[in-house]
Design a protein around this ligand. Structure first.
Ligand code: URA
Length: 271
């Protein structure tokens, strides 16, 4: 095993353990060395770094070249249909044990090559009870509000918008997905983004935001600002469930949505 691979595994297990225990060790990293047998992992042809690093490296460890992971050739999937098929039988983490259905995503052209045809990808946290029961994203109360929020800026899952989540199986009691669960699902999300290539990404809620941007900053600070993921403009706003709990968030969310629409219009004009 290479030193880099050891470091990736070490980082992954350490992050998971810190997350579960709520305690950061702050210890220095061990000095990893290459083993003599060459069993190297696949290499990103652009960055020359191991592809597995796209999933597991923490932000400070990530070489700049990996911060926007996975060009589409590397997602390993030829079509959304293949992504869906693999999600349907996925057993990569414990969330498979209690699910009733996987929830891959939903948009106007689920099973064909959607590249260039969908303007926006909306990314949420993970399926809740209704979504788990139906196998469709955002179909409960929060989903109904999300549809209204999107319609207010002329986005529709039936027409120009694709909706998915960071994890494709329901976390028990709607708890936040754990780092190893989001890591296990990341390749599916990356493949969906790479195959669809939306003009812009709208992230709803803290969990998806922190996961995609690998930040600890809260949604209160990060909403309404533009970032990039896979070189696609990305903005986060409040999760519709947060708006259901606190109506005072509706106004800032609306301001975010207007900004998002204005930027999307600019991006559409360019093409
Ligand atoms: N909340 C989410 O984040 N995603 C869903 O699909 C439903 C509720």
């Amino acid at each position: 095993m290479k030193a880099e691979e050891k470091k990736i595994l070490y980082t992954f297990f350490r992050t998971a353990s810190e997350c579960l225990s709520g305690f950061k060790t702050g210890e220095e990293y061990p000095d990893f060395r290459d083993d003599s047998i060459d069993d190297s992992v696949s290499v990103n042809p652009e960055s020359g770094s191991p592809a597995i690093a796209d999933t597991f490296l923490s932000d400070t460890d990530r070489p700049d070249a990996l911060k926007n992971p996975l060009p589409d050739s590397e997602s390993g999937f030829e079509s959304l249909e293949k992504v869906y098929a693999q999600i349907a039988s996925c057993k990569a983490c414990r969330l498979c044990e209690r699910r009733h259905n996987t929830v891959a995503g939903e948009g106007p052209r689920e099973f064909s090559n959607a590249e260039g045809k969908i303007d926006v990808m909306v990314i949420g946290e993970g399926p809740g009870a209704d979504e788990d029961a139906q196998g469709r994203p955002f179909v409960g109360k929060a989903g109904q509000l999300l549809d209204k929020m999107l319609a207010a800026i002329e986005l529709y899952r039936t027409h120009n918008c694709y909706i998915t989540n960071v994890v494709k199986c329901r976390p028990p009691n709607n708890r936040d997905p754990l780092p190893d669960e989001t890591a296990a699902c990341r390749n599916y999300l990356n493949a969906q983004i790479a195959l669809i290539r939306p003009k812009a990404i709208l992230v709803v809620g803290r969990v998806a935001l922190q996961n995609l941007l690998e930040t600890q900053e809260g949604i209160g600070k990060m909403h309404g600002k533009f970032f990039e993921y896979q070189k696609i403009p990305l903005m986060a706003t409040y999760h519709p469930s947060a708006l259901l709990r606190d109506v005072n968030l509706k106004r800032p969310a609306w301001e975010d949505l207007k900004l998002f629409r204005a930027r999307l219009n600019e991006l559409l004009e360019k093409n």
